[in-house]
Design a protein around this ligand. Sequence first.
Ligand code: ASP
Ligand code: MG
Length: 433
Amino acid sequence: MIVYKFGGISVGDAKSIRALLPIIEKQKSEKLVLVISAMGKMTNAFESLLSLYRKGSKEKQGQFNKIKSFHYTIVEELFENSHSIKSSLNECFEQLEVKLEQSEIQSYDYAYDQTVGYGELLSSFILSAFLSEQGVQNIRIDASEFLITNDKHRDARLDWIATKEKIISKVQPAFDKVNIVITQGFIGGTLNGLRTTIGREGSDYSAAILAHCLTARELTVWKDVPGILNADPKLLSKARRLDHISYHETVELAFYGASVIHPRTLQPLKAKQIPLIVRSFLNPESASLIDGNSKTDGEIPSFIIKENQILFTIASRDFSFIDAEKLTGILKLFSANHFHIRLIQNSALNFSLVADENHLQLDDLLKQLQTDFSVKYNRNLSLLTVRHLQNDSLSKLFNYTGVLLEMHSRLTQQFVLHSDVLVDKMKALNDLV
Ligand code: ASP
Ligand code: MG
């Protein structure tokens, strides 16, 4: 058995969906789980739709229509006019509308989980119907039936025991009837049947959970890039592919913000030594292999740029130390307000922390922190993390200009910089890649 994950651009329009057919058909001899995430940039579109409903904005109908016509256009290109997929879509949109209407009085995180995952539901409906239409038999299973989580909405944590049990009892038996099971990434459900989501870009992780529980031979994540690269080619054009790297190195790269794979994906795979392949659907010959046998980690340095960072400098109001207990309290507030922390530095009186911007919850976080601490913060920053560069060319390149914080360990150098400073140095940085 193998697991394939497709999402975003690889299911972004009718042409891309058609192009998946030969990829899937090539795999006919083996049982296949297809994990699908939302089409194109639909998750962002659903997020804004929800915000507009909650604000009661006049623009909500326009946004809803945009989302509908995006999906209907794809369906019209893929199917005959009379196909029943249209009524499935109508039904989805009707359900969604009811949920959006209710969202105003719910907490944001709860409402998010009842609505934003429709991107995944719709794409799985469309792909499943398309494959059936092409004579490729498959069964579609709603991931909320087997990917069991707690009720920390929008960032739900997996209940491994319940999930294993449900995958064995609900997904495995489908393979007695067909060779292909289609499901959604990113969404899950509680044991009480409430929908949840596991965090943005989480569908790689969903696929890894399935691969683990079904003891798959491999997981392939299909992307619009030629594999895992040592930098983001959109920012640094000299980026090169890492042909073979370890689970460990991949987790490190993902943790620092390499967006090609979700950082949680690796743990379930490593536990069963299931190889991960990151392959280009545009050029299927091009791929990176991630497993436990790589001997080439660190042969070329990796450059990770994370934009939209915010640096918090936190100090006690009474000149006391920031001890372990205070630290725990601070970190809990960041977690509760959904701030993803990228870097931490501690001194006797100051605690510095770099996190992804989260405009929605910044005010809440500041209010909560300011009860006990004085808080300063800088915005419009970038975090540059470089692994395996064994020289000081970066320190020389920046020479402290625009650098707010610098941290070096044996394999990793990190710089927190004003974004415009980094932009100025991009050409020189590209030469180091
Ligand atoms: N569709 C979700 C997102 O864009 C999940 C994923 O793509 O992995 O965040
Ligand atoms: Mg996505």
